[in-house]
Design a protein around this ligand. Structure first.
Ligand code: ATP
Ligand code: ZN
Length: 293
């Protein structure tokens, strides 16, 4: 595959757990995505950018080799792809696609930590990550690589334990296994190529990354406005979750109270509002933030 002259490329998962949120991020960054006649490639109509839609396993290599300039992929896939060759650079975690790679064992295995895996056979789709984990733990075990259905391996006597992705744990439990130690916490990340695009696209690339950072930063963030008695100002700003220095403005015709505006980086719960009221705040408004830079 060769890079299309004069266009940036973003690698996203074609269909799977990351596809929808990846497209959302691209769209929220202001790129108008249009489906072409080619299923592999979506075009962005307002910028010289294409989306390459591929299997998630291919994304790290495409980005590392410069076939794509950016990519959205799970840390688990990125870590498993590390092979000593050129690597994609992680720009930021994206807050979705969260899952955990865990050791899970059947009740027949007396498990008291990673050392219990010594001399055992472990089935996984993540042999490299597991190998590194076991080495770090000083454990010597056999690894059986399976592409899917890892959770049936103990029942089939293919392995004594497994190392697999877990989000709710339902699959693991349905197979009579219990999840134990965590090997890797994962979420989707934005990665960029070590290969720079042609100079006139470099600026566009930087601005797309900047916009995506803004989208991610604004997720969950809220704009809070309230009125506060001057005397309670310190107490009230201390209650606002994850707010930097708030803006404090006079209220016309009132010397004893001010208006407070703040960007809260963390979720604002009902409990927080109740505490603010108790502290004397009134006319509290919580607004979503669409963009942030
Ligand atoms: P592809 O056809 O692209 O290879 P896949 O079957 O490997 O797809 P999906 O099941 O769509 O991949 O999962 C994609 C990514 O979503 C995973 O690599 C992981 O980062 C993340 N993920 C989030 N929750 C889970 C989960 N419960 N199980 C598996 N992956 C999860
Ligand atoms: Zn995959």
């Amino acid at each position: 595959m060769s890079t299309v002259e004069g266009r940036l490329r973003i690698a996203v998962q074609k269909s799977g757990r990351l596809s929808e949120r990846s497209l959302d991020l691209v769209r929220d960054a202001g790129l108008r995505v249009v489906k072409g006649n080619n299923d592999l490639l979506y075009r962005v109509e307002n910028y010289p950018i294409d989306l390459l839609r591929v299997r998630d396993d291919d994304i790290p290599t495409f980005v590392a080799d410069g076939v794509c300039d950016l990519g959205i992929v799970g840390e688990n896939v990125l870590e498993e792809g590390r092979n000593g060759g050129p690597t994609a650079q992680v720009i930021m975690p994206l807050g979705f696609g969260r899952c955990t790679l865990k050791i899970a064992v059947p009740p027949t295995l007396d498990y008291a930590g990673p050392a219990s895996l010594d001399g055992k056979r472990i089935a996984t789709s993540y042999p490299r990550i597991l190998r590194r984990y076991l080495e770090a733990q000083g454990v010597s075990a056999d690894i059986v690589t399976m592409r899917g259905a890892v959770e049936v391996a103990p029942r089939l006597k293919l392995a004594h334990a497994i190392c697999d992705l877990v989000s709710t744990g339902a699959t693991i439990e349905a197979n009579g296994l219990s999840a134990r130690d965590t090997v890797l916490e994962s979420q989707a990340v934005l990665i960029r190529s070590p290969v720079s695009p042609e100079p006139r696209l470099a600026e566009l690339l930087d601005s797309i990354i900047e916009r995506m950072s803004g989208v991610v930063a604004s997720q969950g963030a809220k704009y809070v406005m309230l009125n506060a008695p001057r005397a309670a100002l310190d107490r009230i700003t201390a209650i606002l979750p994850g707010a930097g220095a708030p803006t404090v403005m006079p209220l016309s015709g009132r010397d004893d109270a001010v208006a407070v505006h703040a960007v809260c980086q963390e979720a604002v719960f009902w409990e927080t509002l109740e505490k603010l009221k108790e502290a004397g705040a009134s006319a509290i408004l919580v607004l979503p933030i669409e963009k942030m830079m």
